[in-house]
Design a protein around this ligand. Sequence first.
Ligand SMILES: C[S@@+](CC[C@H](N)C(=O)[O-])C[C@H]1O[C@@H](n2cnc3c(N)ncnc32)[C@H](O)[C@@H]1O
Length: 227
Amino acid sequence: MLDLGCGTGRLSLHLRELGYDAVAVDSSAEMLAAARAKPGGKQIAWLQGDAGALPLAARAFDAVVALRMAFHFPDLRLLLGAAIGVVKSGGRILFDTYNWSPRAWAPLGQGTWGARIYVHHPDQVQREARGLGLDVVETRACFLFSPYVYRLLPLPIVQGLYRLEAIVPAGLRARTFWHLQVGDPTKGPVGPFVALAADPELDPARRGGRVRGRGDLALASPAPTGP
Ligand SMILES: C[S@@+](CC[C@H](N)C(=O)[O-])C[C@H]1O[C@@H](n2cnc3c(N)ncnc32)[C@H](O)[C@@H]1O
C-alpha cells in the first residue's frame, strides 16, 4: 500500500502493524526524517516526492491511502490523478476531505494550526471521482470538528463528541472519508475494505488517558494473505 503524504508516518506505521507492506511518500524531508526515527520506521520505505510527480512505477500498488492530505489541494483531481497512476486495476484509493473548516475561510492561526486548507463539497468530489472513471464504493461523514480540536481535548469529552456526532446530520459533520475503486468494480486484488472509526490513537491505555493523536478512520480489511 502507498501512504501518500505520509507526514511523520502515523498511518504508515499503523498499516505495517496491520501486516501491510507500506511504502510512504511525502514532499517534506523533515517529516520523513521524523517518521524514519519512530519505532518500526525501518520496516517501511520512506520516499521523498511530490504527488504531482511520484517517484514510483505505474500501477504498482493495491491501494493508495492519503489521510489529511486532500485539503492541501485546491483541485482534487490532481491528487486523484496521481493515485490513479500508481494503483492497479481494481485497486483502492482512500482519503478524506473537509466539508467545512474555519481554516478554509481565513488563514486563522497559521503559525499554530498550519496552512490554509481547501474544503471539497461531497457532491463535487463524487462528480470529479466519476469523471476520472473511479467507482465510489463507500463514503462516511465523521467528526464534528477538525482533528486539531480533538487533539486538545481529554478523552471523555472526545467520547461525548462521538456520541453527539451520531445524531448530527451528516451534512454538518466536518469531514468525509472516501473509499474509491479504480477500474473494473467486479474484480480487485484488494478487498473488501471497511472503514472503521477505530483509531489506536484513541486508546487511553496507549495514550495515558489523553487523546494526543486525533480520530481518523483506520482501515480494516481481511488480513493480507501473502503476495
Ligand atoms: C497534515 S499532514 C498528514 C500526514 C499523514 N497523512 C497523517 O494523516 O498523519 C499532510 C502531509 O502532506 C504532505 N504533502 C502536502 N502536499 C504534498 C504533495 N503535493 N506531495 C507530497 N506530500 C505532500 C505534507 O508534507 C504533510 O506531511
